[in-house]
Design a protein around this ligand. Structure first.
Ligand SMILES: Nc1ncnc2c1ncn2[C@@H]1O[C@H](COP(=O)(O)OP(=O)(O)OP(=O)(O)O)[C@@H](O)[C@H]1O
Length: 453
């Protein structure tokens, strides 16, 4: 276990507590003047008491700036004052000295800067280290509530020792990760990605969501190898691919949950990974296994989600009623979610993702495991969301869902887009006029594995 502190807090304290004028005055009154004015033993006692009181006040004032960060096994535990955060080292993308141009939002303390998605734990503006995370972390920041961030800036006594220790530990963490196959990128046994058959190139202007050259590497393994895709308002794009093709990783990069190794995610033209939280609010995301608070009723759950997205109480209640109606769940509104079928739970998850009227809806395998009736209802709900203008990107293994819902289909294989477009575009990409989606999917994904289609 290695400890890292920051002890040079004097200047920061002066700034934070208006030059400690009061403390200095108290000093003077308590342990300089009385010993001079009072008879000897009493004066000395008063002076000593004043000194102890001054030190206690100083101790109390510095408490909020005292740091002790610890590298413990594969975790980095950050502590400043009463704030603490444990970061998994596997989630540390990079760590480096922060440049002089870095803007710290206040003088000292634990602070969150929403514009840059950064948590500051600083007691000074010198010796700052910036730690980039591969996924968002959240913690309660004094005076700012629960904040989500993807970068942490720390002031440290020995930044070089800290950076070396993190780099060393991350090396160990990486050893546990999948290693590249000998002679090139990729997991042992994985096929080397072939060049894309059809790619859309850079996103056209006006797209609600644009993925530009997205790449994700896990250690030496490249899961997503450069994806360009744009989704327009009101459009549904289905993301198809074999198991392990990189669909979920791409969607998770697009939601801001996994930091891309390269490339950009633009939502309404704004860079998600540069701007962070304000852009993430434009998205709604339903993961393959959504988190629902099952002891709450459907209505209470939507109220909770509306509150988390900052809707007022009145607006939140109105939006919950509207969504319950749209999703056909009005009569179940006051039943606990744990009593619901899988289809009803999926509808609740989509409703929750739509509560703040996102411009982009990202859905990971939302029709998976549903019976035909539930799948029908979920598909109708997705179509309705697109009808109201949301750009929808969904992953699915169900070709019929893609055929029925999607305006365009994107086929991903080995982390690369093999083809994008409507059925006709896929046919011409595969060179199979008149072929159905299944045949096209098999052809476009088998070709890269060297299997004759
Ligand atoms: N955190 C991770 N660390 C290492 N490898 C990962 C990680 N997440 C995903 N991968 C790998 O990246 C590749 C793409 O995974 P991903 O889950 O994106 O594929 P997918 O197309 O969604 O697959 P499926 O259809 O089975 O869900 C897989 O080989 C997977 O094992």
């Amino acid at each position: 276990m290695e400890r890292f502190t920051y002890t040079r807090t004097g200047q920061a304290l002066k700034n934070k507590y208006s030059s400690l004028i009061l403390l200095s005055l108290a000093d003077l009154v308590a342990w300089v003047i009385p010993p001079l004015l009072m008879p000897r033993p009493a004066g000395l006692w008063v002076g000593a008491g004043g000194l102890v009181a001054t030190l206690a006040v100083y101790w109390w004032l510095t408490a909020s700036l005292r740091t002790c960060h610890v590298l413990d096994g594969d975790r980095l535990i950050l502590r400043m004052g009463r704030s603490a955060l444990a970061v998994d080292l596997a989630d540390v993308e990079s760590a480096r000295m922060a440049g002089h141009g870095l803007r710290v939002p206040g003088e000292a303390g634990v602070m969150y800067a929403p514009r840059t998605d950064t948590l500051f734990m600083v007691a000074d503006h010198r010796q700052l280290v910036s730690v980039d995370l591969s996924r968002p972390y959240a913690m309660k920041v004094p005076g700012q509530g629960i904040c989500q961030f993807t970068r942490i800036v720390l002031s440290l006594d020995e930044p070089e020792r800290f950076l070396q220790a993190v780099a060393g530990r991350r090396g160990q963490v990486h050893l546990d990760r999948p290693q590249p196959a000998a002679g090139g990128e990729g997991r042992p046994g994985a096929t080397s990605p072939a060049p894309p058959v059809v790619s859309e190139g850079p996103a056209p202007g006006g797209a609600a969501l644009a993925l530009e050259g997205l790449v994700k590497r896990f250690g030496g393994f490249t899961a997503v190898a450069g994806v360009d895709l744009a989704v327009r308002y009101g459009e549904i794009v289905a993301f198809l691919g074999s198991n392990g093709a990189g669909k979920s990783t791409t969607i998770r990069m697009a939601t801001g949950l996994v930091r891309p190794s390269a490339g950009r995610v633009l939502v309404e033209g704004r860079d998600l990974w540069a701007e962070g939280a304000p852009v993430r609010r434009l998205l709604g995301y339903v993961p393959d296994t959504p988190l629902l608070y099952e002891s709450l009723t459907a209505r209470e759950f939507l109220w909770l989600m509306a509150g988390l997205y900052g809707l007022s109480r009145v607006e939140g209640r109105r939006r919950a009623d509207e969504l319950l109606r749209q999703v056909g769940m009005e009569r179940w509104a006051d039943y606990p979610i744990r009593a619901f079928s899988l289809g009803m739970k999926r509808k609740m998850a989509i409703a929750a993702a739509l509560v703040h009227r996102p411009r982009v809806l990202l859905l990971d395998e939302v029709t998976n495991g549903l019976d035909p009736r539930a799948a029908r209802e979920v598909k109708d709900f997705i179509r309705q969301a697109a009808g109201e203008g949301a750009a929808v990107l969904l992953t699915t293994h169900a070709l019929d869902v893609a055929r029925e819902l999607a305006d365009r289909i994107a086929i991903l294989h080995g982390g690369r887009l093999r083809a994008v477009g409507d059925l006709e575009a896929l046919r011409s990409a595969a060179g199979l006029p008149g072929a159905g989606l299944e045949e096209l999917f098999l052809a476009l994904t088998a070709e890269a594995e060297g299997v004759s289609a």
